[in-house]
Write a protein that binds this ligand. Sequence first.
Ligand code: FNR
Length: 316
Amino acid sequence: MRKIEHIKYALLCEKKEVLENVFLEYNSLIDFGIEDVDLSTSFCDINFKYPIYINAMTGGSDESDNINKRLYNIAKKIDIFMFSGSYSPNLSENSYYYPKKMGANLGLDKSLEDFKKCILELEPRIIQAHINPIQELIMHEGDRSFNYKEKIKDLVANIDIPLIIKETGYGMSKSTIDELVKLGVKTIDLSSNDGTNFSRIEDMRNNKNREHLYNLGYKLEDSMINASEYIDKIEVLASGGISNSLEIVKALAMGAKSVGISAYILKKIYNNESDDDIINDLNEMIYEIKLLILSTNSKNLTELKGKWYFRNRSVK
Ligand code: FNR
């Protein structure tokens, strides 16, 4: 029931402008063609053809089974990676559908044994461990105390597949990232507060309207700046509110290894768009990503890196 309510209310979250103060350095003196632009990237020791992925959303209901099947079909056909939503419903007796050999997801409240069970059953190539203290505290039935750092140490030492520490729509501060680096985490997903907002979602579930709680955390712009000095020490994935190619290329220029998309695709599914419609839309997005990278006179993500500026900084 909760999972379905999350979907229902996530569809009502409005997205903010993402990275609106960040601009790409346009350079018109180009000596190559769009077919020369290589979008490949890598994170978690895996090479990917494109720098976008479907981020964790659903699982744990018949309706989610259908969504996960569709997301998996879309991901396979475009050749992008996907993370299914939290595997927690299947830690008890359930057997809901989660695609195998893709990305798995569990909360950091779960035990090492739970993570091992999920890895055994789904054989994921990567596992995300999500942190969501604000959501838990706002949620009636949520956790009231946390031992995240201990859990992370445990996972880093004992999980033998790549691990991502992932936010769930509140972004990350510099000190959070600094601590994650010190804890030996290799990859983080900043999942910032420009889109799906679990404070708002939990309030909608309970007929509340506490606006003052909805801007907690960081926008992607601030999370990326917080991450900027760690970009060579930890792999940074950007997500939260992403809905177009320009936002994606700005995040990549700021040093993200790849960019996660969630509610944008979910909204299309609930808008009765077919898989083919969504595949066409994402393929168009991929073409535009190439176009925008070319517009900075770059042939790949390495060349693109750093080619951005702030509106309020002198233009390079
Ligand atoms: C989520 N998200 C999420 N994250 C996670 O780590 N585990 C999960 O199970 C879920 N479940 C979930 C359900 C639904 C319906 C939504 C929309 C989202 C959070 C998601 O991965 C992402 O971090 C946020 O949604 C922010 O990105 P968008 O939606 O603004 O692009």
